[in-house]
Design a protein. Structure first.
Ligand SMILES: Cc1cc2nc3c(=O)[nH]c(=O)nc-3n(C[C@H](O)[C@H](O)[C@H](O)COP(=O)(O)OP(=O)(O)OC[C@H]3O[C@@H](n4cnc5c(N)ncnc54)[C@H](O)[C@@H]3O)c2cc1C
Length: 535
């Protein structure tokens, strides 16, 4: 499968001399680490990553229980009509050109759509949806197709509506920091545009070079800076969206305060294309920090990770902009599989802590005192701090490369759960006892520990139904017992519809179903996603 470009931009920062590189001290490789490595966990599994989309089993074959809805089949008449709405080069029917739109980034689901439409304007989206609704054609909205829950590709033969050509920046108020743009703008491009004007996007994630703001909003993406800038529910000020019948809903307010009735934008934030297609977004963008530092730390136990997080919250306070953790096997997926250099010795756990502020000297003092405190109390044993953009970028690459590195193991069973901090990591050792070592590559955890969000990953050489049976619904039941969420930030998509009830009450699900019926009575928008079939 062709991989898309992923990247991140590191902003220019003032480099505080003292923090140019603090090498705390190096410790010998700990024997305890060995016990954390499962037998054969890092044994160089044969890399069976799909090399082209047809290697991925069709979703309808892998999940025979999912039945196609009674939608119309695409006909020549439909294609001709789409060509009357869009120029013919934006009505894609060539099998090779469509292939990448049918397969998700993880290579775990593959639809069989025969058409991809590429509108450039809200009016074109409206005309397409009006026609699809009248003709009872199901559609799948698609942004950058980096979603990790199978929501962004068709399940059967839905018409793909790609927003990739809706990529205009409409306005930026440099005083208030409010950016208005079309949904197909790539997150990294927006961030680069803003950074030239002293501003930044309030969210950042490993897929920033490919994902689009419309996709981010539709998944209510979290990412690595949520701890500092909050969720999109807060920073998105307004949305324009097109409903299933083609009606344009204009909630594109760029006001910070607007309590005139129901806050309709929230219906589109996180609804994963099931209630409408987001066409424009107004978003509040903070100023770029003048000083950024990243500390990469090695720790012995998960308790030490929690202690470090607690100290970071109190000691770094308002300058803390990211607090990430990864266990040894997660980091190994990036270092071994992507050939990246580990900056410190080998430890059972690592943390990446970022500070962003407006005064380098102040931040330096705070960070130094924070790190000295941790060293003094024996919580961290090894670490390095970067303040130069190039080194910061390298450190982030280690954390952000994990998602891609895991794919090189073969198939990834991926879980994105919210858990209380005191039970955050316990599921990993539990799964190591449940899963037969000879069946799995690695069982590892990483994620946004500051937000209580664990990315639990199990890799196997290829998709293995026996592993699936052991892991699901166990992971969801475990999460539910701890009153966590079965989807912290990736959404429900296609993969988790049958497990949503572990985190949503029946009355909430009923209301969701009623809202869906009201806004999309024929159910043409992203069917088989989010809502469970039986509700
Ligand atoms: C390496 C990597 C790292 C990632 N890190 C994170 C992370 O830290 N945090 C996080 O939350 N996610 C993360 N993700 C997941 C993914 O990048 C996000 O979910 C992202 O927001 C999806 O954006 P997209 O444009 O690719 O949307 P797509 O994948 O194309 O679509 C996602 C969903 O939104 C719908 N959709 C897309 N555009 C629209 C629109 N305009 N209107 C209506 N519906 C639409 C689709 O139908 C689908 O259901 C990561 C993914 C990768 C590959």
């Amino acid at each position: 499968m062709k991989k898309k470009k992923l990247g991140r931009v590191t902003k220019k920062v003032v480099v505080p001399d003292m923090l140019r590189q603090i090498l705390i001290h190096t410790v010998a490789r700990r024997a305890a680490i060995v016990t954390l490595i499962q037998k054969g966990a890092v044994r160089g599994i044969c890399h069976s990553q799909p090399c082209c989309s047809s290697d991925v089993e069709l979703t309808s074959v892998r999940y025979p229980g999912v039945q196609r809805g009674s939608y119309s089949q695409l006909s020549d008449k439909h294609v001709q009509h789409f060509k009357s709405i869009l120029p013919k080069e934006r009505v894609i029917t060539d099998e090779d050109d469509i292939a990448a739109h049918n397969v998700d980034w993880l290579g775990m689901v593959r639809g069989a759509s025969q058409i991809v439409l590429k509108p450039k304007t809200t009016e074109e989206v409206s005309a397409i949806l009006k026609y699809c609704n009248a003709e009872n054609l199901a559609v799948c909205p698609q942004g950058g197709n980096t979603g990790l829950v199978g929501g962004s590709v068709p399940v059967f033969d839905e018409v793909v509506i790609s927003t990739s050509l809706m990529n205009n920046i409409i306005s930026l108020d440099e005083l208030s920091g409010v950016l208005v743009c079309q949904a197909g703008c790539i997150l990294e491009n927006l961030d680069s545009y803003l950074s030239e004007r002293g501003l930044m996007m309030p969210l950042d994630l490993g897929a920033k070079g490919t994902c689009q703001i419309g996709g981010n909003v539709s998944t209510n993406a979290g990412g690595i800076r949520l701890i500092r800038y909050g969720s999109l529910q807060g920073s998105v000020l307004g949305i324009e969206a097109v409903m299933a019948d083609g009606e344009v809903i204009d909630c594109l307010s760029s006001l910070k305060k607007d309590n005139t009735g129901y806050h309709l934008k929230h219906l589109f934030i996180g609804s994963e294309g099931t209630l409408g297609i987001v066409t424009k977004v107004a978003i509040q963008c903070p100023p770029s920090p003048k000083a950024v530092n990243v500390a990469f730390l090695g720790l012995d136990t998960f308790d030490d990770v929690l202690r470090t997080f607690k100290e970071a919250r109190s000691g770094l306070g308002e300058i803390l902009s990211s607090c990430e953790m990864m266990d040894m096997l997660a980091l190994d997926a990036a270092t071994t599989n992507l050939n990246l250099q580990r900056p410190i010795g080998e430890f059972p756990f690592y943390m990446l802590i970022e500070t962003s502020g407006s005064n380098g000297t102040h931040d330096e003092e705070k960070l130094t005192s924070f790190l000295e405190g941790l060293m003094g109390s024996g919580i961290i044993h090894d670490g390095t701090v970067a303040s130069e953009p190039s080194r910061i970028k390298l450190m982030w690459k280690l954390r952000e490369g994990i998602t891609e590195g895991l794919l090189h193991d073969g198939y990834v069973f991926k879980y994105d759960i919210s858990l209380p901090h005191n039970s955050f990591y316990a599921i990993i050792p539990e799964l190591k006892t449940r899963l037969p070592a000879e069946k799995v590559g690695r069982i590892c955890g990483y994620g946004h520990v500051g937000d209580g969000n664990l990315h639990l990953n199990i890799t196997t050489p290829k998709f293995d139904p026996a592993v699936l049976k052991i892991v699901e619904p166990f992971v969801f039941e475990w999460t539910s017992k701890l009153k966590g969420s079965v989807s912290a930030e990736h959404g429900i998509g296609f993969k988790k519809t049958q497990y949503i009830h572990f985190s949503k009450s029946q009355s909430s699900l009923n209301l969701m179903k009623d809202i869906k019926k009201l806004m999309d009575p024929k159910g043409i928008l992203n069917p088989y996603k989010v809502l469970p079939a039986q509700h």
